[in-house]
Design a protein around this ligand. Structure first.
Ligand code: PLP
Length: 372
């Protein structure tokens, strides 16, 4: 695995991250990384080009097995292949989960949250109940009692839209946490939708506990996973909704009619990464740990900020208790981070450190200048 030495070149390829802002600005915002994916991706694409026919596709025979094997080998979670519903992305998958449950009007979301945790309930015309995450050491976590108390007060059906590992805070929730979450949801007949797209980007020795490892198979749960973040192939929209409980799965499958399907190349790329991308992945984790440590070191010279890197992801959540305009101040010095407001915090920004160390160092230097 190698960082791209000059990621500004990504502009020539209509990159959302690099093409949105002027050339003299460093964009460390949207969550993709400035590196090529594992070599197996190019091999897969070259084979497709050699074949050269790009008609309608169908799910490749090995796709489900690749997920079943990965979940068993990496996360100790044994699933049945038919629990899987392929979808063209985790965000659409989240929306399908709400579309499948029109009677669920109340949605609990951890806050701060990846912005679609707020947009999806809003466009589906549901009411959001933010569950505040507080900083404890280097992680953000909620008071579990707040989830239980919120559910106690609700008389209408509710869902918990959870994110584990958490974006933007990087929290990897413990087994005990997930057990309590599952028991609380069960007590209140509440559906849990768990976005686990970051499950394979853990940067310390914590272990990801999939929701479905803990929840009984007859409890309504929807777990959303993808290989796109892990292997830096976000442009190939492909995810899986894993739904053990048959009625919940049947409702979900109904939402798939007349929806865009996973593209053949996206299926093939995902399968090849799950099978052959792990050597690259272990090098990536080392490179991300180095960058994370650079951010932690930088944070020491800014005691006026709370910088949370958590256990996982290539994101740092930077909160100021004194300023509401961090994002604008950084932008004025040519550094574009994700503004906190869509995440539910006006005083924070999110930094994406999935870039080469030189670009990261220059970004932190500009941020220093903005904070003077
Ligand atoms: C928590 C979370 N869910 C979903 C996504 C996007 O998923 P997809 O591109 O598969 O729609 C992201 C991207 O950053 C994310 O952080």
């Amino acid at each position: 695995m190698q960082w791209h030495p000059n990621p500004i070149e990504r502009r020539a390829h209509a990159s959302l991250k690099w093409s949105t802002f002027p050339e003299n600005e460093l964009p460390l915002w949207v969550a993709d990384m400035d590196c090529a994916p594992p070599p197996c991706v190019n091999n897969t694409l070259n084979q497709a080009l050699e074949h050269g026919i790009f008609g309608y596709g169908t799910e490749p025979k090995g796709f489900r097995d690749a997920w079943v094997d990965h979940l068993r080998n990496t996360h100790d979670w044994t699933i049945e292949p038919d629990w899987i519903v392929p979808v063209a992305g985790v965000v659409p998958g989240m929306r399908f989960a709400l579309m499948a449950h029109p009677s669920i009007q109340r949605i609990l979301t951890p806050t701060p949250a990846y912005p679609y945790f707020k947009t999806v309930p809003s466009i589906e015309r549901r009411t959001e109940y933010p569950i505040a995450l507080r900083r404890v050491g280097n992680i953000l976590e909620p008071a579990l009692t707040e989830i239980a108390q919120t559910l106690e007060t609700l008389t209408e059906p509710a869902a918990i839209l959870w994110c584990n590992p958490h974006n933007p805070g990087g929290t990897v929730y413990s087994k005990q946490f997930i057990e309590t979450l599952v028991a609380t949801a069960s007590k209140h007949d509440t559906l849990i939708i768990s976005d686990e797209i970051w499950a394979d980007l853990i940067l310390n020795d914590k272990r990801h506990i999939p929701l479905g490892l803990i929840a009984p198979t007859d409890q309504p749960t929807i777990t959303l996973m993808a290989a796109t973040k892990t292997f830096n192939v976000a442009g190939f929209g492909c995810a899986v909704a894993i739904i053990p409980e048959p009625k919940t799965r049947a409702r979900y499958l109904e939402t798939q009619i007349a929806m865009p399907h996973v593209a053949p190349l996206a299926y093939a790329v995902t399968e090849s990464c799950l099978r052959n991308g792990w050597q690259w992945h272990s090098e990536l984790i080392t490179a991300l740990q180095t960058n994370r440590d650079t951010v932690i070191e930088w944070a020491k010279s800014h005691p006026e900020l709370e910088v949370t890197t958590g256990d996982a992801t290539f994101l740092a959540w930077i909160e100021s208790h004194t300023q509401t305009n961090l994002s604008e101040r950084f932008a004025a010095k040519g550094i574009r981070l994700s503004p906190g407001t869509p995440f539910g915090s006006e005083t924070a920004v999110r930094l994406n450190f999935g870039t080469n160390p030189a670009t990261l160092t220059e970004a932190l230097r500009r941020m220093d200048a903005a904070l003077l």
